[in-house]
Design a protein around this ligand. Structure first.
Ligand code: ADP
Ligand code: MG
Length: 170
C-alpha cells in the first residue's frame, strides 16, 4: 500500500478498557470510509506515523508559542506529535468496522476528547498478537514506540536533507 495514509476526525471515547491505567492512553477516532477508503481493506496491526491535534487556544495542552522547540505551526492551531496506533478488526467477520486507536508519544497535561485530530500513517510495525498477560503487551508496546521514534527520526532527517520541506507542510 502506498504510504502515507491519511485520516481525520474528532477524538471519541473508546471502551475505557483501561489503556490509560496501563500508561498507554489511546485516542480513538471514528471510522469514516468516505474520507479514508483505505480503512476498508487495510490489515489489522500496529502502525506508526504522525498525529496533529487542533487544540483550542485555551486548551491546557497548548504548547507555549514562545518555545523554540514548539511543534506548533504558525499558520494553524495544529501541533504535531509522533504516534503509534492500532487498527483492529475481527478479520473473521467480513465488513466489521475496525477500531482506530492512536497513542501519541507525548505527555499531555489534560485529555483532549472532542478535539480534531489528523493522522498520517507512514508505515507498518507488526501484526496484532494475543497476550497471556498485560506485562507482555506493555513490553511490546514499548518496543513499538521505540521503533516508531527511530523510523520517524530517519524520515525527518531525509526530508531535511532533500529539502522537500517539513512534515507539517510548512
Ligand atoms: P478511551 O477508552 O476513552 O479511549 P483511554 O484510556 O484509551 O480511554 O484514554 C484515551 C484518552 O486519553 C484520549 O482520548 C485523550 O483524551 C487522552 N490522552 C492523554 N494523553 C494521551 C496520549 N499520549 N495519547 C493518546 N491519548 C491521550
Ligand atoms: Mg482509547
Amino acid at each position: 500500500k502506498p504510504y502515507p495514509l491519511q485520516m481525520e476526525g474528532k477524538v471519541i471515547s473508546g471502551f475505557g478498557r483501561g489503556s490509560r491505567d496501563l500508561g498507554i492512553p489511546t485516542a480513538n477516532l471514528p471510522v469514516d470510509y468516505d474520507s479514508a477508503p483505505w480503512l476498508a481493506d487495510i490489515k489489522s496491526g500496529v502502525y506508526f506515523g504522525w498525529a496533529a491535534l487542533n487544540l483550542p487556544p485555551s486548551h491546557p495542552n497548548q504548547p507555549a508559542t514562545t518555545s523554540p522547540s514548539s511543534t506548533t505551526t504558525a499558520a494553524s492551531g495544529f501541533s504535531v506529535y509522533p504516534m503509534v496506533m492500532s487498527i483492529g478488526r475481527n478479520d473473521f467477520y467480513n465488513n466489521t468496522v475496525p477500531s482506530v486507536e492512536v497513542h501519541l508519544l507525548h505527555d499531555f497535561e489534560a485529555d483532549f476528547y472532542g478535539v480534531e485530530m489528523r493522522i498520517l500513517i507512514t508505515g507498518f510495525i507488526r501484526e496484532m498478537r494475543d497476550y497471556a498477560g498485560v506485562d507482555e503487551l506493555i513490553e511490546d508496546i514499548k518496543v513499538d514506540c521505540d521503533v516508531a521514534l527511530r523510523s520517524l527520526d530517519r524520515e525527518a532527517w531525509a526530508l531535511r536533507e532533500t529539502g522537500k520541506g517539513t512534515l507539517d507542510g510548512s
